[in-house]
Design a protein around this ligand. Sequence first.
Ligand SMILES: Cc1ncc(C[n+]2csc(CCOP(=O)(O)OP(=O)(O)O)c2C)c(N)n1
Ligand SMILES: [Mg+2]
Length: 559
Amino acid sequence: MADTEKALRGADIVARSLERIGCEKIFTLSGNHIMSLFDAALETRLELVHVRHEGAAVHMADAWGRLTGKPGIAMVTGGPGHANAVGALITALGMESPMVLLSGHAATWELGRGGFQEVRQAEMAAPVTKASFTATSAATLGRDIGEALRIATSGRPGPVHLSLPSDLLEERVESNAIVWPDSPSKTGVNALMRGGSSAPELSDAVADATLAALAAAARPIILAPPQLSNVSGRALLSRLEAATNTPAVIIESPRGIADATLGAFSDLAARADLIVLVGKALDFTTRWLSGKAFDPNVRLIAIDPEGALLERAAKEMDGRLVLGALADVRRAAEVLITRATKARPRDAAWLTEARAALDNRPAAWASVTSQTAQRLHPAEVFRVLRPYVERDHDTVLICDGGEFAQWGQSMLPVRRRLINGVGGSIGGSLSFANAARLAEPKAPIFVVLGDGTIGFHIAEFETAVRHNLPFVAILGNDALWNAESQIQLREYGRERMHGCTLTPARYDLVVAAFGGHGELVERAADLPGAIERALASGKPACINIMTESIAAPVIRLAG
Ligand SMILES: Cc1ncc(C[n+]2csc(CCOP(=O)(O)OP(=O)(O)O)c2C)c(N)n1
Ligand SMILES: [Mg+2]
């Protein structure tokens, strides 16, 4: 049996490869195809955090990637488990989050013969990942893991999918035949790739040309991508803003330039004569710099790790792209900062004006109250919550989609925030909170979400209780899918609103039944006490707040 002892199962190669690369946790849900991996994890320091829906595992890996900068790992079973996971990848892709989805897969000998849960998984995940591929041999599983993690973190970060056929995971490989992750790869994996791999340095000449264009412009704006929406990214962007005296803004919301987090930014953008994209895609969030929202003569400079996005910018701008450069985003920002210190700074007047617009919040928000008995206006909720959020410099604020959460996003200033992002999907926030608590054992964590949204992954409160992951969910319960209801009201009229109502359900009692802490709030005066008790409970908590159905805030400059 000496040979068998020396030989490792494919599953052991996968687990040890993840450990070698520095992964600590795997967000997972069990299934036939991956039980060998659960078994293999016992021989490593890898911790399995198991959840109640495969989408939640992906959302956790996504949040882990965004918060720690290290790729999050989700592991699910094949076929339906994989299919459940795929939808959540859209959020990770939109937020440029480094993560890897490992999916169990029908055995290679079953393929094409109607194998158990046989599905063309790599093809299924390809449109919503940077790269998507299936392992083809047990000996090279380690190299595949290494490649998946490398692709997820290089260029524009993003999710990568790797399917692992169950027979390869069971197969034993002699130790001298194993190709570990750090082994040089001659051929690379046969994966569909996008997003750019390691992008080049921004040259001094291009940096200087960009800075000269910024200096010559009257009202320039720098737009930055979601990948910079963490603490280090925001710090980098602040330095770039200060070095160039040019407003530098991350566009990470599906509301794009109209995101109320950005105050009256859309009024500012309308007056810009030069936009510099530092890794920000020219997409729907920027409205392609066309239409009523922009000056028809606005010019563009695009710096991006992806050639395809530079080509898109050239096509969209039709002659108004003055410069395009292929470069790594963070290093490009650093080069611009270094070169800017050698250039003559712009006058600060435009930046001062821009910052005032970004900080603009309507004065009425300070006093608006509910017009409905036993319901709170969203602004009342967030006026009360704000001091709790601001009490700790390290607070993590998590905002889901929907109208209520938009109020939270815009009224709660924080350094550390996770939002649903440009993918525009609702439902990820409870899983984000669980991952945030694992990454941050001490920081206060608040989640803001609506009553429709909480239904997607409410069982993640059970995950939170089981893994002892306390956080406070601020639930705006208006018994309505309000965001969609607002569209009906606007587009089709009050008499044609249908298919969007919910019941004012007692989600607080559901959470309590899972072993968490629940509070029901119907009056603003009761909210501080509920928040205090939720925090003091030390449990995953849900404050079910009955709210008015108010449209998301839109902020415009007066006049
Ligand atoms: C996965 C997914 N399904 C559906 C939608 C469409 N959608 C966006 S917001 C929203 C309503 C959210 O309702 P709720 O959570 O109650 O928040 P509210 O708008 O009522 O404050 C819906 C259905 C979406 N963005 N993502
Ligand atoms: Mg609602």
